[in-house]
Ligand binder design. Structure first.
Ligand code: PRP
Ligand code: URA
Length: 210
């Protein structure tokens, strides 16, 4: 697994405002979208492209276009939905699949309540969106769905990750072509499975359920 942790003052600035408990939902949503677009720049570094000839007003030249089949973007509901607009702004030709997952707050195990993905992912570059990588249970289960559909090239974008979650994903995807892009790698999980210092419950903060 390749791990990329962002190291850019603009990202750290936006994350600081996002973490602040006084930041209201509308600002939280806006910042989430902006952060995804910045992280997507790194996450799409290996997006597949093919040569494409065009005519400029001056001459003929060969550039590139994103290859077929189109990349697949998969937000993990609910909180991952807050990342979707920022991602598709950068990758407008992408197809979007959905996975609904909720973590049991007692056992910290994820359950899947919705799934809408293409049947065959063997040729697709997949981009999974979830703001929080805590124990890694939700992202790990999402990746299993994609692998079972044949996915071989998966990139996950998370705003914050805990070392425990990174280690769990690393172990689970051993030998596979997986990239994990984080806005920041935080210190640890607390006894309730929340990321420290973190930002609290991402879904609640996005959608005002406080
Ligand atoms: C949050 C978050 C991740 C998951 C991370 O979702 O958005 O999906 O927890 O925790 P994990 O790494 O320990 O699995 P939650 O289950 O709270 O659902 P929500 O998005 O509907 O709020
Ligand atoms: N899910 C969240 O939304 N926040 C955390 O800190 C951990 C899991």
């Amino acid at each position: 697994m390749r791990l990329h942790v962002a190291d850019h003052p603009l990202i750290t600035h936006k994350l600081t405002v996002l973490r602040d408990r006084n930041t209201p939902s509308p600002v939280f949503r806006q910042l989430t979208e902006e952060l995804v677009t910045l992280l997507a720049y790194e996450a799409t570094r290996s997006v597949r492209v093919s040569p494409h000839e065009i005519q400029t007003p001056i001459t003929t030249t060969v550039g590139v276009k994103i290859s077929e089949p189109r990349p697949l973007v998969v937000p993990i509901l609910r909180a991952g939905l807050g990342m979707l607009d920022g991602m598709v702004k950068l990758l407008p030709s992408a197809e979007v699949g959905f996975l609904g997952m909720a973590r049991n707050e007692e056992t910290l195990e994820p359950t899947t309540y919705a799934e809408r993905l293409p049947e065959d992912l063997s040729d697709r570059q997949c981009f999974v969106l979830d703001p929080m990588l805590a124990t890694g249970g939700s992202l790990g289960a999402a990746m299993e769905f994609l692998f079972q559909r044949g996915a071989r090239d998966v990139t996950a974008i998370c705003l914050l990750g805990a070392p425990e979650g990174v280690a769990a994903i690393e172990k689970q995807v051993e030998g596979r072509d997986v990239t994990l892009v984080l806005g920041a790698l935080d210190e640890r999980l607390n006894e309730k499975g929340y990321i420290v210092p973190g930002l609290g419950d991402a879904g609640d903060r996005l959608y005002g359920t406080v």
